[in-house]
Design a protein around this ligand. Sequence first.
Ligand code: GTP
Ligand code: MG
Length: 197
Amino acid sequence: AFRNKLTFFAAAKSSSSFPPPELPEIAFAGRSNVGKSSLLNALTRQWGIVRTSDKPGLTQTINFFNLGSKLCLVDLPGYGFAYAKEEVKDAWEELVKEYVSTRVGLKRVCLLIDTKWGMKPRDHELINLMERSQTKYQIVLTKTDMIFPIDVARHAMQIEESLKANKSVVQPLMMVSSKSGAGIRSLRTVLSKIARL
Ligand code: GTP
Ligand code: MG
């Protein structure tokens, strides 16, 4: 499934420019710099198609990538990027919220959380929205190479516990490092099943 060729399909700055939903979609959401674009690269093992950057806020449009003719992977712009102008920031958030709550064919949102920082108010906001719109989502802890495994496990337990009463969350939470490759195969397996690939 994830061996299929990854090609850029479309970029959208507003909901009117979303491409027609032709394939099942899996979207990657989370704060700026959490590692969304890097995870797409690691999952597909196709570097250079999805751009990454150490400057937060690189991805400013919703970018749609087709994986062969099976699946569409969607790189969402990050939220909580402190350097962006206030009105630009709000526009991104509205765009992400609209996509996540209304998109036809959206099978799963991977909500990425930086292991080191944990969940922030903006993450909870998005979670509440997905609960209201009954959008299936799962938590993916990123950059697990940055802290001790025991701390990763502690953070994971805390987050799972805090989401226990939620209805649209898909457990268990996954833990990955795009840098070391840890957890990438497991996530690939989970995501492949969604689209019955
Ligand atoms: P925006 O597009 O700004 O929302 O950011 P993003 O979430 O797409 O983050 P991106 O993938 O561009 O990565 C941000 C920074 O984190 C880059 O410098 C990456 O090299 C780094 N990074 C991503 N994944 C990992 C990881 O697993 N481990 C470590 N140590 N660094 C990572
Ligand atoms: Mg990005």
